[in-house]
Design a protein. Structure first.
Length: 296
């Protein structure tokens, strides 16, 4: 067999392997939280947008919820201010909120442009549009950290309307409180609450880590899949800490809120999203409700 025929056969085998997954998730909603290094590396950024656009073109209904913390910090520094954090949350005064909204809006439209260049339709919105994300002031250990919001309600109609009209919604995590003041929202929380509100089949967090470890310093302790009850035990036993703790809480919250599968994937790996969804091997860590739900 000629070399080009062998290569073509390998490609065909990949497509055949992907077929049952395409059939299973056809017309199903998948929420992708996008941020971290995959958002600051142009090659990775291009790969992520290609992957999500491909999902859309083969019948999925993807929604992107994006962060932008590194870009916000950069612009805060350019303005002569110093970025401050309390318990992992950005201290957000009025000027910083203005910068955050500007940066997140700019990032959102950049992603829209990238999707449009691939021949698909996208619309960038924030949680302020259609009152998508309603919030209240969030405190960090009782400390007032400014315009940081905790989501109290999701109004998903604008997302359903966009999906029904064959658009890919790209959401910036900004919301409004009861007095119509603007608040910055943690993108992981926004993705979790949106996934629950739209009844997503999958929620994927693209991160800067391979997934979940029982002991991060012991690579043999990697967890490829875990039930939400077992995840709670890891938290209770003090085995999970730092920046992974709130992400883990969002994962279990999403599953208990009706999302069938939640995944933590390494966004630094090219096409990690496609590897997880379209292959038998997958990668990263998958969260599920219980053993019975795995058979569904």
């Amino acid at each position: 067999m000629q070399e080009y025929q062998i290569e073509a056969q390998k490609k065909a085998e990949v497509l055949v392997e992907a077929l049952p997954y395409i059939q299973k998730f056809n017309r199903k909603i998948i929420v992708v939280k996008y941020g971290g290094s995959a958002m600051t590396d142009e090659a990775l950024e291009s790969n992520v947008i290609k992957d999500v656009t491909l999902l859309k073109l083969v019948g999925f209904k993807p929604i992107i919820v994006h962060g932008g913390g590194k870009a916000i910090s950069s612009w805060v520094k350019k303005s002569g201010k110093e970025a401050k954090f309390v318990n992992g949350l950005r201290v957000t005064d009025a000027e910083t909120m203005e910068i955050a909204e500007m940066v997140l809006g700019r990032l959102s439209k950049k992603l829209v442009t990238m999707v449009e260049q691939l021949g698909s339709k996208a619309v960038g919105i924030s949680g302020k549009d259609g009152r998508l994300l309603e919030v209240k002031k969030k405190y960090a250990g009782g400390e007032d950290i400014g315009y940081v919001g905790e989501i109290t309600k999701v109004n998903p109609k604008i997302l359903f309307d966009l999906l029904d009209d064959d658009y890919l919604p790209i959401v910036a995590p900004i919301g409004l409180d009861g007095n119509f003041a603007t608040y910055n929202i943690n993108a992981d929380e926004a993705a979790c609450q949106i996934a629950k509100a739209v009844g997503a089949d999958k929620l994927v967090y693209l991160t800067d880590v391979e997934g979940l470890y029982r002991d991060f310093n012991d690579k043999s302790s990697f967890i490829s899949r875990i039930s939400v009850d077992d995840a709670d035990k890891l938290i209770a036993d003090g085995l999970i800490g730092g920046g992974m703790l709130p992400k883990l809480s969002n994962c279990t919250d999403a599953v208990r809120g009706g999302v069938k599968r939640v995944h933590i994937l390494d966004g630094r790996i090219p096409h990690s999203l496609l590897l997880e969804i379209f292959t038998d091997r997958g990668n990263g860590t998958m969260f599920y409700e219980d053993e019975k739900s795995l058979a569904e």
